[in-house]
Ligand binder design. Sequence first.
Ligand SMILES: NC(=O)c1ccc[n+]([C@@H]2O[C@H](COP(=O)([O-])OP(=O)(O)OC[C@H]3O[C@@H](n4cnc5c(N)ncnc54)[C@H](OP(=O)(O)O)[C@@H]3O)[C@@H](O)[C@H]2O)c1
Length: 276
Amino acid sequence: MSRKPQPLKSVGSLVLVGAGKMGSAMLDGWLARGLSPKKLVVIEPQPSKAIKALARRGLTLNPKGKVAAAAAIVIAVKPQTAPAAVPPLAPYVGKRTLVLSIMAGRTLRFLQISLPPNAAIVRVMPNTPAAIGRGITVACPNAKVSARQRKLAGDLLAAIGKVEWASDETLMDAVTALSGSGPAYVFLLAEAMTKAGIAAGLPADLAARLARETVAGSGELLHRSDLDAAILRQNVTSPGGTTAAALEVLMGPGGFDELLAKAIAAATRRGRELAG
Ligand SMILES: NC(=O)c1ccc[n+]([C@@H]2O[C@H](COP(=O)([O-])OP(=O)(O)OC[C@H]3O[C@@H](n4cnc5c(N)ncnc54)[C@H](OP(=O)(O)O)[C@@H]3O)[C@@H](O)[C@H]2O)c1
């Protein structure tokens, strides 16, 4: 269920591990919601200029020596980096620390084994519209996560978009296949529409602009509307008209539904394989 984003002013210290694309998007969201750089610790071998500038405003970058337990640790390194990056985080994990991992395919079990016993962990799957605060994230907690920690996780994730909770971790592979990888399917749709427009006789740059704005505008319409996607589709389809002719192909045998079902099943299988 989605909640209204909360200001993050009252959050305790926060450790971000890995400030690449997704980590930086989260960091931007937290700062925009009022989190002070003074409450932030960032562990990142190649910090961006923006992070170095934040370090001059009180953010702690790559601390050396003894560290204090954090209110929350957000792990945003690549999954293949996890075996080296996660165990050294133990000194940050106190009795009340929330650990939030956005690593694709890295299970709660992996994280539990890699971190101190009884750590409260939430495994999450965001997606790239997080970069503009319009992501959708699914969060899956382990049994140690308290109501307070769940609220903190929800507040941290709301900074990059909407949040859904799943209690069954086995759903995370399908979640990854649908919303984690989903932006790529939508961009592919824009690419395919461009190519089809060119094939239908349009100049390439015009076809690209029409496809881009059609995908973006339709996404925004879906976002703002209370109507289901199916109703919005029907609203542009007059019987016997041009849209109906196209939909007959797209919704026919071997069409969109079948292709996407196959694609999402393949991504789900791959997610399972990667998680081991
Ligand atoms: N992008 C997506 O669409 C998406 C969607 C859902 C989930 N995710 C998950 O988000 C995570 C991050 O993805 P991303 O696209 O943001 O990757 P990314 O841009 O490569 O960011 C990862 C960052 O972690 C840094 N790093 C490497 N080793 C580290 C260490 N030991 N300690 C601290 N930082 C370290 C990397 O630095 P170097 O560059 O120097 O190695 C890099 O800046 C992944 O686990 C991915 O599965 C991504």
